[in-house]
Design a protein around this ligand. Structure first.
Ligand code: AMP
Length: 214
């Protein structure tokens, strides 16, 4: 199964990808996590990406494309869930062509829908384990006490100044990607409000329905 998760910042893409990875044995491909790792490792590409990320802007397409391509090849074009890619029409076009050339098109694009007030609450209370990439929410999924508190951080781009910019970028550049996939009959729209487990169940149900369609 080849899936892309789509949605606004804070829609729950990372958490749903983690559940799909755990329960459905899909490989989690998150360009955000790959970029944060590149920054943490002090690589040149991480250094280039950092200023865009901290400002809440998109990282230049060529950098992210290489990361996505490498990770999809590593997954041998199957059994993966893309999280945070594609984020522009250009990226969506490239991905479609790249996968078609390799005879491995996406099965579905799962779009997680949540209202704006939920977005702001989720992002401002989000914390992340810098070592594993796992997401937490201070109220609904606090980090367990056996994790080193120094590993739990608030992402720089989850601070209020960057959140606003990310939402603007999402509305301008990313939202149109939903229509791109709707026109290609790949879009599954899922209510993203509720517990991680409830939303996961909706996602699974919807993917199962898709598989049963002849
Ligand atoms: P995420 O962890 O998916 O929220 O991504 C965090 C940040 O990484 C984004 O705000 C962008 O700055 C950058 N990023 C991640 N994926 C992409 C992408 N597909 N295109 C451009 N920038 C990206």
């Amino acid at each position: 199964m080849r899936i892309a998760l789509f949605g606004a910042p804070g829609a729950g893409k990372g958490s749903q990808a983690a559940l799909l990875t755990k329960n459905e044995s899909l490989r989690h491909i998150s360009t955000g996590i790959i970029l944060r790792n590149a920054i943490r490792n002090g690589s040149e590409v991480g250094e280039q990406a950092r200023k865009y990320m901290d400002a809440g802007s998109l990282v230049p397409g060529a950098i992210v494309r290489k990361m996505a391509e490498k990770a999809i090849r590593k997954a041998t074009f199957n059994q993966y869930v893309l999280d945070g890619y594609p984020r522009t029409i250009e990226q969506a076009q490239w991905l479609t062509e790249f996968l078609e050339e390799n005879a491995a098109p996406l099965d579905a694009v799962v779009s997680l829908k949540i209202p704006d007030d939920v977005i702001v609450n989720r992002i401002s209370k989000r914390r992340v384990n810098i070592k594993t990439g796992e997401n937490f929410h201070l109220d609904f999924k606090p980090p367990s006490p056996d994790i080193d508190p120094n590993d739990i951080i608030q992402r720089d781009d989850d601070r209020p100044e960057a959140i606003l910019k990310r939402l603007l970028v999402y509305n301008d550049l990313t939202q149109p990607v939903e229509d791109y996939f709707r026109q290609r009959d790949l879009l599954l729209e899922i209510n993203g409000v509720g517990s991680f487990e409830d939303v996961h169940e909706r996602v699974i149900l919807s993917l199962k329905e898709l598989q049963s369609v002849p």
